[in-house]
Design a protein around this ligand. Structure first.
Ligand SMILES: NC(=O)c1ccc[n+]([C@@H]2O[C@H](COP(=O)([O-])OP(=O)(O)OC[C@H]3O[C@@H](n4cnc5c(N)ncnc54)[C@H](OP(=O)(O)O)[C@@H]3O)[C@@H](O)[C@H]2O)c1
Length: 261
């Protein structure tokens, strides 16, 4: 494929936060964006919103914890727009606590949502989505700086995101000769509904106010503030472009200096 625009891009978890910003960036680059999340109403509303902004968008419900759902999602995208060129594995959840008290169900759900999903969707896009037969492709996984350093009271989350970084490096090397790049984007603190839930969780754990937790987190960031979803999406947009062809198997931070690695 030689044309730079009009590619088919799948984005998981694009009804909120970073995923929504990614859908806007890829859609503004005139790619066809197909989005998925669990809440059907939010998917329909987001599709309508993106279309009203002039973006060629569609979507359907998706639970990244289910292989059947992943395959049906990719098939629906192929039926609507054709075979897949770009996959952004963005859907994810927070989750943690005092490790000795973490229930196995929570551990399993965080790993399933954040890590197993990335394999599941990638596998479905390579096969059902036809990507394995292409000479150009982009797989971009939204990991986290927590995928490079340990986060206190975040063992399942940190483990899942380290797994995403490892998967990215291995698959990037595997697919490098094919023209398909595989990279991870590692946000630090980004102001989204998830970030609000995380602050509420730490406020409860430390018996502090959410404002105090916000100040504590901001003090750790050299830039002094949270990143925005648009700043994260900007890097995703670049990685999806043709000039990014030689960037593969990387895990790149968007974190205001929080991570120095
Ligand atoms: N915000 C941060 O500070 C931060 C920092 C580092 C990394 N990240 C990562 O960035 C990604 C996006 O985070 P965000 O802050 O934008 O979160 P968010 O605002 O909570 O949005 C999460 C999105 O994922 C969807 N989702 C959740 N579970 C899903 C499932 N099982 N199947 C399909 N879709 C699912 C949600 O929709 P439904 O609930 O309707 O399914 C929603 O669209 C996540 O992977 C997160 O770990 C975020």
């Amino acid at each position: 494929m030689t044309e730079q625009n009009g590619r088919v891009a799948l984005i998981t978890g694009a009804t909120s936060g970073i995923g929504l910003a990614v859908a806007r960036v890829l859609g503004s680059a005139r790619h066809k964006v197909f989005i998925g999340a669990r809440n059907a109403e939010n998917v329909a509303e987001t599709v309508k919103q993106l279309q009203s902004e002039g973006i060629e968008a569609d979507g359907t419900t998706l639970d990244v914890r289910s292989t059947d759902s992943a395959r049906a999602f990719v098939q629906a995208a192929v039926d609507r727009f054709g075979t897949v060129d770009i996959l952004v594995n963005n859907a994810g959840r927070s989750g943690g606590g005092v490790t000795a008290d973490i229930a196995e169900e929570l551990w399993d759900d965080v790993i399933d949502t954040n890590l197993n999903s990335v394999f599941r969707l990638t596998n479905a896009v390579l096969n059902t989505g036809g990507l394995r037969h292409k000479e150009w492709g982009r797989i971009i996984n939204i990991a986290s700086t927590a995928g490079k350093q340990g986060v206190v009271l975040g063992a399942p989350y940190s483990a899942s995101k380290h797994g995403v970084v490892g998967f990215t490096k291995a698959l990037g090397n595997e697919l490098a000769p094919t023209g398909i790049t595989v990279n991870a984007v590692c946000p630090g603190y980004v102001e989204t509904p998830m970030a609000q839930r995380v602050r509420a969780g730490y406020a409860a754990a430390y018996d502090a106010t959410e404002e105090a937790i916000l100040e504590k987190f901001q003090a750790k960031i050299p830039l002094g503030r949270y990143s925005t979803p648009e700043e994260v999406a900007g890097l995703v947009g670049y990685l999806a472009s043709d000039p990014a062809a030689s960037i593969t198997s990387q895990a790149l931070n968007v974190c205001g200096g929080l991570g120095n690695f």
